[in-house]
Design a protein around this ligand. Structure first.
Ligand SMILES: Cc1cc2nc3c(=O)[nH]c(=O)nc-3n(C[C@H](O)[C@H](O)[C@H](O)COP(=O)(O)OP(=O)(O)OC[C@H]3O[C@@H](n4cnc5c(N)ncnc54)[C@H](O)[C@@H]3O)c2cc1C
Length: 385
């Protein structure tokens, strides 16, 4: 019987699924079993869209459709939690399995605090996340840094600190993420600053870090984070849907070291990004937000922002008068004051802003500063979000 806290190597026993999966197919195998055994009524995952730079959220109730979602889309920047919040009123007590990166998981926790989702009805299968790459920038990066037509790429992956692309003829090319990021490409800036690499508040956390030796690429490293997670893994193993063995102790050690080095890297990026704002943050915000067109995408996508719709968009307030541009600077300042204490640094506001205003940077900087105020011992850059 599997227990909370255990570290495991897990693989699906479904050969077809194993071929499509990113590592050992633990995530897809467990989701399929959860549907088959009626532990959940539906699963929310992502599948490839028109190309591998597009990740489309998909709601699944037929277990065989899970096969279409296997594999990692590193250019998939969708946030699952806000989607679920929008549809939660229609769930009516039904149970949902959902694949969560660190930001998705934090989004769910923030929604639960606001009574927007009932976590008893959500099964969170976490995937470790070193960061995702914006789809538009990924295409540009592949063309300009790799010298390859992005449409000829059949698979991308992130492995051993490299972004690797594979072409239809079987050739592949990798460039170190550090090098890409030094030249303005690579992971989204919020992901670089993120310190939730292993989503331990999900029910299980799955990844490839710590899988070593002949198991590399063949199994998924699973950290069991809740009793609910332990129960699902136990039952799926008993039904022979997954194969489970204890993780290699050396692998556990390596995984911890990689995670620690990712925290250091995130601190480096925080220092660098936040230094550019200091000491004129409010002036910078005013200048940058002046080009806002009031499309409200930042509000629609934010997992912690739920303004009163009518007052905000239709009738308007003194700060948000419909049809008036440029936007009153107080609109954004007030929004930051409202959300920044719970900002999860998911980057959706910035990702979806058509005017490329660095909204996530501002919000994350304010959050980090506030945390340092309440927890001075942690220091400015040490918040774990
Ligand atoms: C952007 C990203 C970065 C990652 N970085 C790391 C890392 O640095 N270290 C590490 O150990 N592991 C990382 N992973 C996790 C790893 O790639 C595998 O997802 C994990 O090991 C599970 O493997 P599996 O074979 O069990 O998954 P599979 O059975 O192949 O299932 C993968 C699941 O992930 C979902 N998924 C794919 N792309 C996304 C996305 N963009 N957003 C949300 N869900 C998605 C799919 O819908 C599917 O359900 C990352 C994953 C992603 C998506």
């Amino acid at each position: 019987m599997v227990k909370k806290g255990e570290m495991l190597y897990v693989s699906t026993t479904d050969a077809g699924l194993a071929k499509k999966a990113e590592c050992g197919g633990a995530v897809s195998g467990l989701l399929k079993f959860a549907l088959e055994s009626k532990a959940v009524d539906a699963v929310l995952a992502v599948k490839k869209g028109v190309d591998l730079y597009e990740a489309i959220p998909t709601l699944i109730s037929d277990p065989k459709d899970i096969d279409n979602t296997a594999g990692s889309l590193h250019c998939g920047t969708v946030l699952m939690s806000k989607l679920v919040a929008n549809y939660a009123p229609y769930m009516k007590g039904k149970k949902l399995g959902v694949v969560v990166k660190g930001c998705d998981m934090m989004g769910f926790l923030e929604l639960a605090k606001r009574n927007k989702v009932n976590l008893d009805n959500v099964f969170m299968i976490g995937v470790n996340c070193g960061g995702s790459v914006s789809p538009v920038l990924a295409r540009k990066m592949i063309r300009e840094k790799f010298g390859v037509d992005p449409d000829t790429v059949v698979k991308e992956e992130i492995d051993k600190g490299q972004f690797i692309i594979k072409m239809a003829d079987g050739s592949h090319k990798g460039i170190s993420i550090d090098e890409l990021e030094e030249s303005g490409y690579g992971r989204r800036s919020n992901c670089r600053r993120c310190k939730v690499k292993v989503p331990r508040q999900a029910d299980i956390a799955c990844g490839n870090w710590g899988v070593i030796g002949d198991k590399a690429g063949k199994v998924t490293f699973v950290e069991v984070c809740s009793d609910k997670g332990a129960d699902l893994v136990t039952k799926a193993a008993a039904a022979k849907k997954i194969a489970v063995e204890p993780a290699n102790p050396k692998g556990i050690e390596i995984r911890a070291k990689v995670e620690a080095s990712m925290y250091k890297l995130a601190d480096k990026w925080r220092k660098r990004d936040f230094a550019e704002l200091s000491p004129v943050l409010w002036e910078t915000i005013k200048t940058e937000t002046a080009r806002c067109t009031k499309c409200y995408a930042c509000i629609d996508k934010c997992p912690v922002c739920f303004p009163v719709e009518d007052k905000f968009k239709n009738g308007g307030t003194t700060m948000v008068r419909p049809g008036t541009l440029p936007v009153d600077p107080m609109f954004h300042l007030r929004r930051f004051a409202h959300i920044s204490d719970s900002c999860i640094n998911c980057g959706q506001c910035e990702e979806c802003c058509p005017m490329e205003i660095p909204l996530a940077l501002f919000s994350h900087a304010i959050r980090t500063e506030e945390d340092a105020f309440f927890e001075p011992k942690l220091g400015k850059a040490a918040y774990t979000n």
